[in-house]
Design a protein around this ligand. Structure first.
Ligand code: NAP
Length: 291
């Protein structure tokens, strides 16, 4: 599907965020739409925070079929949707919106995206200890994903006791009831020898601080060799965190697969077709200069 083949029937999908220039979703989703033979296009929309309500109404009026939501709108978009799934309600954030007869509906495919690679790992998640570094927005999707996997021993590690407490309290009314414990970084070392999955949800290790890691080499070496290290960061790849994990001999995942899988889940909602996941991964890796 080239731009010259767009017609009045071409369906428009997109992503709202601010800024949006660096989003990797448009090339990934457009490659997938083309492969599926869908008469559609996926467009980035820069929506400044004060314009959010107007933009959501405008997207509806313009007949947009659906859209992704990224920073800083994942939470603030929710009041403007007619319905949201129980999962996105529990996470407190929406990243995928689609048109229904009753208005916009929203869900959170970051949760699906996060657990997708883990579902293929041979682990008994019901007895697994998961240690999550960071207590921001992405940590919420990770917590929901771990509950979905059936994990019963979740530890949230942060640098502020108050923020950790607020995070835990925010789940009290949630039907997910995550079995959450908290600790500060100063106490992390004691958790590591019995950890099955260590997840970095902090931005530590992103450009320009690519040599930084949320854990030291000595801490990484405390993990069992059967443990998994998962970094939500997708650039650089690998991060220093994952390099240390590889040195320890651990299985690793980076944020690329989560990004691919959250996009694939969104595409399936919009098109009702099986997404071309391999092509989406290849397109993303090419964008990231990984191929
Ligand atoms: P966020 O809401 O800003 O949360 C960041 C968290 O990291 C906060 O808990 C913050 O701690 C902590 N943190 C930041 N700098 C730190 C430092 N120097 N030491 C210790 N903790 C630190 O961000 P987010 O939306 O959760 O995103 C976090 C990361 O996940 C980003 O790198 C993002 O690119 C990645 N991500 C990837 C995907 C994917 O599809 N692969 C999806 C979503 C997010 P305080 O609360 O104490 O400030």
């Amino acid at each position: 599907m080239t731009r010259s083949s767009f017609t009045g029937a071409t369906q428009v999908l997109g992503i709202i965020g601010y800024p949006i220039e660096h989003s990797l979703s448009p090339p990934m989703q457009n490659a997938a739409l083309e492969q599926l033979g869908v008469d559609g296009v996926y467009v980035p929309f820069a929506v400044e925070p004060p314009m959010l309500e107007t933009a959501i109404a405008g997207l509806w009026s313009l007949g947009i079929q659906g859209f992704n939501v990224t920073i800083p709108h994942k939470q603030t978009v929710m009041p403007y949707l007619a319905s949201v799934t129980e999962m996105s309600q529990a996470v407190g954030a929406v990243n995928t919106v689609w048109r229904t007869d009753h208005g916009w509906a929203g869900t959170n495919t970051d949760v699906t995206g996060f657990i997708a690679p883990l579902q293929h790992c041979d682990r008994d998640w019901s007895t697994a200890r998961v240690v999550i570094l960071g207590n921001g927005g992405a940590a919420r999707a990770v917590v929901a994903g771990c509950v979905t996997l059936g994990c019963s021993d979740l530890w949230l590690v942060g640098r502020s006791a108050d923020k950790l407490q607020t995070f835990v309290q925010s789940w009290q009314a949630s039907p997910l009831k995550p079995p959450l414990h908290t600790c500060l970084y100063s106490e992390l070392t004691t958790l590591l020898p019995d950890t099955t999955l260590l997840v970095n949800t902090t931005p530590i290790g992103m450009h320009p601080h690519v040599d930084a890691s949320p854990v030291t080499a000595q801490q990484m070496d405390l993990l069992p060799v059967s443990a998994i290290a998962y970094d939500l960061i997708y650039t650089p790849s690998p991060t220093q965190f994952l390099r240390l994990a590889v040195q320890r001999g651990l299985q690793t995942f980076d944020g690329t697969e989560m990004l691919v899988q959250q996009g694939a889940a969104a595409l399936q909602i919009w098109t009702h077709q099986k997404p071309p996941v391999d092509l989406m991964r290849q397109t993303l890796q090419a964008q990231l200069g990984l191929t």
